[in-house]
Ligand binder design. Structure first.
Ligand code: SAH
Length: 244
């Protein structure tokens, strides 16, 4: 049988949110490649080799997957959430660009439920009008660009989902991100911190911007920033469908 590479999203955590097509791809795989905690979600079985790797080696991982597929293996590269959202699908294509014949590989990308959508569903509908997703990690882009985008997104009235909001190595940057919001948005703007959504460790809180503090987020949190129109109804948080 000829080899293939499938990049699959495992969803935010709950096994019930893994799609049937992702399950089928994993069932048909000979090899699973991915970041250690994501590969840990795959049940070991005979005939399946697990290749967990540390983060920040995305291109090596992608080339490894393409090499194995070229040798006839059936490879699933796993991401959490959706593989196209700050994850392995783009890394695979970056690796593919450096190879002689991009169409020689049999590649499929299988979507998953991304963190911001799982979090939004728990909260109500905070992303019900125009919104954007911003990765606050400065691994692959300068912090100045992140600040610029945050400010313009706030000025443009987008709701926002912030991925990778805060790490131990750059705690001051998240404080700065909140400061930019305070410069651009009313103090009562609702901001939600959704941690480990759909896992047993899930915790979610919503506060007005005036009460938001940097310790409310960590690397397992997706932050949902409301617009001036985002409001509460009972225990829910939602953004109406119309603006202006
Ligand atoms: N591809 C993933 C995102 C990877 S970046 C997706 O589509 O969801 C990793 C970031 O995603 C984390 O820092 C956090 O901001 C967010 N994240 C992933 N899973 C999450 C979960 N279950 N709950 C809250 N945030 C999550």
């Amino acid at each position: 049988m000829s080899g293939w590479v499938t990049v699959a999203g495992l969803g935010p955590g709950d096994e019930a949110l893994v799609t049937d097509e992702v399950r089928a791809a994993i069932a048909g795989a000979t090899d699973i490649v991915g970041y250690i905690p994501y590969v840990a979600r795959i049940a070991p079985r005979d005939g399946l080799t697990l290749h967990p790797t540390d983060n920040r080696v995305e291109l090596d991982r992608a080339n490894h997957a393409l090499d194995m597929a070229a040798a006839g293996r059936r490879v699933v590269v796993v991401s959490s959430g959706d593989p196209g959202v700050f994850a392995m699908a783009s890394a695979l294509f970056e690796a593919l660009e450096t190879r002689p014949d991009p169409d020689a590989s049999d590649i499929r990308i299988l979507p998953g439920i991304t963190a911001m959508l799982a979090a939004a569903a728990r909260l109500g509908a905070p992303l019900g009008h125009d919104f954007c997703a911003i990765n606050l990690s400065d691994n692959l882009k300068p912090w100045d660009l992140i600040e610029h985008r945050l400010r313009l997104a706030a000025q443009a009235g987008f709701a926002m989902a912030w991925y990778n909001p805060r790490s131990r190595s750059r705690p001051h940057q998240f404080a700065r991100a909140l400061e930019i919001l305070r410069e651009e948005l009313p103090e009562k703007t609702l901001i939600s911190f959704a941690r480990a959504v759909t896992t047993p460790e899930e915790s979610i809180q919503t506060v007005p911007l005036a009460k938001a503090t940097p310790d409310m987020a960590d690397m397992r949190t997706v932050v949902i920033v409301g617009t001036a129109a985002t409001r509460r109804v009972g225990r829910w948080v939602y953004t109406p469908r119309s603006a202006g």
